[in-house]
Design a protein around this ligand. Structure first.
Ligand SMILES: [Zn+2]
Ligand SMILES: [Zn+2]
Length: 156
């Protein structure tokens, strides 16, 4: 196996093993297996994997881009408590459609980022609130509205 091919397979492996890693996290993962790897190689290989449609690159306004092995349509929630990035299945949110015209523009694809709390942190928050004796359902409504988006929930 050629050295580059080997590094490339470690990089692919890092993206699938680490769940939404940043380039830095991928670099640290690959470096353990292949100490000679450079950051330049990591970025180059990631860019070509993105171009080939094998992985997705997701940009966050105030953070490092992260990479995703899951190329099926889905959205992401960034946990503001622990920083975890969680998948939200695309069929949970049905407001947006690809490949259609909208107000004289053409939508090829879309990417929505949600901010709130992951299941673990949200469970912890609810636990703390119930221990304090003031559970509020409005807590959740507020967080959803914070995204600035209104969407129709589809429970059928
Ligand atoms: Zn969390
Ligand atoms: Zn994802």
């Amino acid at each position: 196996m050629k050295r580059n091919t080997k590094q490339q397979s470690y990089i692919s492996e890092a993206v699938s093993e680490l769940h939404h890693p940043t380039a830095q996290a991928i670099y640290e993962y690959v470096k353990k297996k292949c100490p000679s790897v450079s950051k330049g190689t990591i970025y180059r290989v990631l860019a070509s994997l993105v171009q080939e449609g094998k992985i997705n690159q997701i940009q966050i306004a105030n953070g490092a881009d992260f990479y995703d092995w899951n190329c099926m349509p889905h959205h992401h929630l960034v946990c503001e408590t622990c920083g975890t990035i969680c998948d939200i299945p695309a069929d949970k949110i049905k407001t947006f459609h690809n490949d259609q015209e909208c107000a004289d523009m053409y939508i090829r694809t879309h990417r929505i980022l949600f901010f709130g709390q992951c299941a673990t942190c949200y469970a912890q928050t609810k636990k703390e609130l119930s221990e304090r004796g003031d559970v509020q359902d409005s807590e959740r409504t507020t967080q959803e509205n914070d995204t600035g988006l209104s969407f129709v929930s589809n429970n059928t």
